[in-house]
Design a protein around this ligand. Structure first.
Ligand SMILES: [Zn+2]
Ligand SMILES: [Zn+2]
Length: 420
């Protein structure tokens, strides 16, 4: 029988229920907090863009060739759900005139939804979410170093202990053609043994041969990009390594590290986690000095990273890092809604986490409900509309009589006295 498409979510998507949402809020808060400390301003862009923008920047990448959600809207416009954040952010910065205000421009996004039509697996969904940072206008390696330091600090604050950084340089338009040629020369004699994707990459995007999971052995013997860098690219990398050393950001050189997008230049980096299995990358980034110009802007150096939040949450689970559950109810006001609701509202206005029973159940059932909520105090207004309220401390199992007007201050006083 066909599964119901009314009662199930689309393949490759996830719901976040209240118990899981606390973990999301926690990492979102840490991301926004750390980005602000590093001097980044938040940017939000639409979930879909004109297809031309998305396809313009990555004609030879797998994501853009096979994995985008493209559709035509009712007005006949060709649109694409964004597969990543960088190109839309560049578009938004250009359109919003941010680059005209002086450099550097530093922006971040958190919980940016990204859409890729691929086979769903652990931590890789068709709709997933990213935290990312971009720096525009800084040509030197200080921006690269700052971004790697930020990513390391974020992972550490989130509670990831088993993460490590990998670094490589893929050169620039001056030196990459020679490296590309060296790669093609190396792989051409082995083409028959390569997977179908790689035979196609050999023509279109030979750098991507290096991160093929199938042809790993062939990649291990391939020429290194670092041996083909021009003097400027070598100096950039040497200075970046010195800065990382000075900043105390540990990393290792990974000759097989390349990025999936064509606009990357020089620096590429990735943070990997020991616990997620084959899909070990938490996220990564690098420099993409050619992108702004490719999108119609003035030549503008740029660097950035993006990190998958679903994968991060998986890694945090494996590390045993758990988020604090939502704080329980502090005051439950029992009784008929006509008395309980105004009292609960008053307590909420005063800043207490307060609740009542909207179902109008018996007092006994309401006490059971208060227990389920973990309510610290239960208030029972006296019957007949009088001013007395019985306030029961559910933990100490004691109770006292207070007048209606003194309820909130009585609860506050009791919570303060017990550190609650
Ligand atoms: Zn170069
Ligand atoms: Zn391959």
């Amino acid at each position: 029988m066909k599964p119901s498409t009314v009662a199930s979510r689309p393949r490759g998507t996830e719901d976040v229920l209240p118990e899981a949402a606390v973990s999301w809020r926690r990492v979102e808060r840490i991301a926004a907090d750390i980005a602000a400390r590093y001097g980044f301003g938040e940017i939000r862009t639409p979930s879909f863009e004109y297809s031309e923008l998305v396809h313009h920047v990555g004609e030879t990448t797998d994501v853009v060739q096979k994995e985008t959600y493209d559709f035509t809207d009712r007005g006949g416009r060709a649109l694409t759900l964004r597969p990543e954040g960088t190109a839309p952010v560049v578009r938004a910065c250009l359109e919003g005139g941010l680059f005209a205000r002086g450099f550097p421009v530093k922006v971040y996004y958190v919980t940016l939804s990204a859409f890729r039509y691929e086979r769903p697996q652990a931590g890789r969904l068709r709709e997933h979410h990213q935290f990312g940072c971009e720096v525009f206008g800084a040509p030197g390696p200080a921006a690269d170093a700052e971004l790697m330091a930020l990513m390391a600090a974020f992972l550490a604050e989130a509670g990831i202990r088993r993460a490590s950084a990998r670094l490589n340089s893929i050169g620039c338009p001056a030196c990459r053609p020679a490296y590309r040629e060296a790669l093609v020369g190396y792989y051409a004699s082995r083409a028959d043994a390569l997977c179908g994707d790689c035979r196609r990459r050999l023509e279109q995007n030979p750098l991507r041969l290096l991160d093929c999971k199938v042809d790993r052995d062939a990649a291990l013997g391939a020429p290194h990009a670092l041996d083909h860098l021009c003097a400027d690219c070598s100096a950039h990398l040497a200075e970046l390594r010195a800065l990382l050393e000075a900043a105390g950001v540990p990393y290792s050189i990974d000759h097989l590290l390349v990025r999936g997008f064509d606009y990357y230049t020089r620096t590429v980096f990735e943070f990997v986690h020991g616990g997620i299995g084959a899909q070990a990358a938490l996220g990564g980034g690098g420099r993409y000095d050619g992108l702004v110009e490719a999108l119609g802007g003035p030549p503008t150096p740029a660097a950035g990273f993006a990190l998958g939040l679903e994968r991060l949450l998986l890694a945090l689970e494996q590390e045993g890092a758990v988020a604090e559950p939502d704080a329980p109810c502090q005051l439950f006001v029992a009784g008929p809604a006509a008395r309980a609701l105004p009292l609960a509202l008053e307590a909420r206005r005063a800043g207490l986490r307060a609740d009542f029973d909207p179902l109008g159940r018996s007092l006994k059932a309401q006490f059971r409900h208060a227990d389920r909520l973990g309510a610290r105090f239960v208030a029972v207004p006296e019957a007949g509309g009088g001013p007395a309220v019985t306030l029961r401390d559910m933990e100490a199992k004691t109770q006292q009589e207070v007048v209606h007007d003194a309820l909130v201050s009585a609860v506050r006083g009791a919570l303060a006295a017990r550190g609650g």
